[in-house]
Design a protein. Structure first.
Length: 94
């Protein structure tokens, strides 16, 4: 019996992707208002492409999901430590 290999990414058909509004809204077909627009706080084209890929291809493996979340948390913590924004610094101090 052949080994069954599960894909690394969740398979989403076009209708599901559209209804979830992962990268664009249903009504206007714009990025603004989609999940991508909420999550994308990148400052480089490379970062934007990466977050778009992550949103477009959800992971299935729990360990990989946790590793990705750890990367996000580490990046956010680095931002908090390196900012000159007093609102962020004061919220970090609590």
């Amino acid at each position: 019996m052949p080994e069954i290999v599960i894909s690394e990414f969740m398979s989403l058909d076009a209708s599901t992707r559209r209804n979830l509004e992962l990268t664009e809204t249903i009504r206007r077909g714009e990025t603004q208002g989609s999940l991508l627009s909420i999550l994308d706080r990148t400052v480089t084209p490379m970062g934007h492409r990466l977050i778009r890929q992550w949103v477009s291809k959800p992971l299935l493996d729990i360990a990989a999901i946790n590793a990705r979340q750890d990367l996000d948390v580490a990046g956010f913590r680095a931002l908090l430590c390196e900012t000159d924004d007093p609102l962020i610094e004061s919220s970090h101090a609590h």
